[in-house]
Design a protein around this ligand. Structure first.
Ligand SMILES: [Zn+2]
Length: 262
């Protein structure tokens, strides 16, 4: 018996669901107004024998005690497992990081790497000149840009991908992190192009996403539009990166552009 079976065996689903919604006995089962959608006639049924529930109404879904508390509380499976194990008096073995946690950590690292890359470009790259001018016009200083790790995504279809792949990330990582567009026709290209990037951090200071603003100088934008029109083939992808964003370039920017923004 694995730990989820043990928890299910120890917990009474009727007892658990009753914490959320009043149940009424109906034959061998129990009925209630569905806690997950608004209704006037009960279509939510709990089956004590199988330890399952089902909404036969608008939700048209069901499951066990785990899926019930996940849906009711908005928890992921790990959280549901912890809480129900405690309720059942079952001790969970301490395990190493789950595969999912490892994947999240990897994506967080990737987002942090991307943030550093875009930030570095904004501060140093000649190609980010119009973006720097735009940020200055908005009244932000270099210190502010550094404090908030503002960045610039270059007007290129593959600069970020090239840089991040050179750091060991796969195209799938980039897609999972939302940095690469994966089209049905097989084309893959950088999602963020010619954009001011504003990292969003969680309460622990980790980058979890980014807001972005179009870099507004009209010359840049019209260039970008022309390029987009031209870039229906992948061959055109890298034409935009006058400051070619390879890993070495990123690690050591041209010294002439190092102090572009102080
Ligand atoms: Zn329902």
């Amino acid at each position: 018996m694995d730990v989820t079976d043990e928890i299910k065996a120890r917990l009474d689903i009727v007892d658990l669901v009753s914490d959320y919604v009043p149940l009424k006995k109906a034959g061998r089962n129990y009925k209630a107004l569905c806690p997950f959608h608004t209704e006037k006639t009960p279509s939510f049924v709990v089956f004590p024998e199988s330890g399952t529930w089902r909404c036969f109404g608008a939700c048209n879904e069901g499951g066990d005690i785990f899926s019930f508390v996940m849906k009711a509380e908005g928890w992921d499976f790990g959280e549901a497992l912890r809480v129900l194990a405690e309720r059942a008096g079952v001790t969970l073995e301490q395990r190493g990081p789950s595969e999912q946690t490892e994947q999240y950590d990897r994506l967080r690292e990737l987002l942090a790497e991307a943030t550093t890359y875009y930030h570095h470009l904004l501060l140093n790259a000649p190609v980010a000149g119009p973006a720097r001018a735009y940020v200055r016009r908005r009244g932000l200083t270099g210190d502010t840009a550094r404090a908030f790790m503002l960045g610039y995504a270059p007007d290129s279809w593959d600069a970020a991908r090239t840089h991040l792949q050179a750091q060991g990330y796969s195209e799938q990582d980039l897609i999972d992190a939302g940095l690469l567009i994966d089209r049905e026709d097989g084309r893959r290209y950088d999602r963020f192009r010619n954009r001011l990037m504003i990292p969003i951090r969680d309460s622990r200071g980790r980058t979890v996403g980014s807001a972005r603003a179009r870099s507004t100088p009209t010359t840049t934008r019209s260039t970008s539009t022309r390029r987009r029109a031209r870039s229906s083939t992948r061959a055109a992808c890298s034409t935009a990166s006058t400051w070619r964003a390879g890993p070495s370039a990123s690690a050591r920017p041209p010294s002439s552009s190092r102090a572009t923004w102080t």
